[in-house]
Design a protein. Structure first.
Length: 201
């Protein structure tokens, strides 16, 4: 598994390697919906963005993370971020997370295509046998979205994380394995086509 910066591009979205220069555009993206106020995940504000990027790049330096900014190709604007993390070459597995999008681009083709690009890289380039997705047990929207991908819920990780608010978070663990990937890919491709073909009102 070559954990090197790479650009992944589709029809609607481009995932580019995260860099320190992306700090201001990411703060602007998070301001669309004031996403840093969420109680479910850690989305940085202007005070925390540099540390957020530094932590991701430190993970990249040791081969454990591969972070991206998410770019809406229609506007050529950065609208969020996502990354691979907990990458394990010996086990041929990785997790996808740290994903957030500006409020105006949520539940659009951008997220669907971004997941398709990431999963294709994991299963078809890295030849992973397993990809994990983990979310807050209280985040019903995220849990539903992960299930719609075709991932399977495996269980609850109790007292998994302590959030900046001090809340001790239980997390839900989902996974997709290599034998399931063809069906998941077909499902995502169909969803993307459906979103693209829907008329705009």
């Amino acid at each position: 598994m070559d954990v090197s910066p790479v650009t992944l591009e589709g029809q609607h979205v481009r995932l580019e390697p995260l860099a320190p220069a992306h700090a201001a555009p990411l703060v602007a993206a998070a301001a669309d919906g004031e996403l840093w106020k969420t109680s479910f995940t850690i989305i940085p504000d202007s005070a925390g963005i540099n540390g957020y990027i530094e932590a991701a790049l430190n993970g990249l330096a040791v081969g454990k993370e591969l972070p991206f900014v998410t770019i809406n190709k229609a506007s050529n604007e950065i609208v969020g971020t996502t990354r691979f993390y907990d990458i394990s070459a010996p086990d041929r597995k990785a997790a996808i997370g740290y994903t957030w999008l500006s409020q105006s681009t949520q539940r659009t083709a951008i997220n669907t295509e971004a997941k398709l690009l990431l999963l294709t890289h994991a299963f078809e380039v890295w030849r992973c046998v397993r990809v994990e997705l983990i979310t807050d047990v209280l985040n019903a929207q995220s849990r539903a979205a992960i299930l719609r991908l075709g991932a399977r819920q495996e269980g609850i990780l109790r007292n998994h994380l302590t959030l900046p608010s001090g809340r001790i978070r239980d997390s839900v663990l989902f996974s997709i394995i290599d034998s399931e990937w063809p069906e998941v890919k077909a499902n995502l491709t169909a969803k993307l086509r459906s979103r693209t073909e829907q008329p705009a009102f």
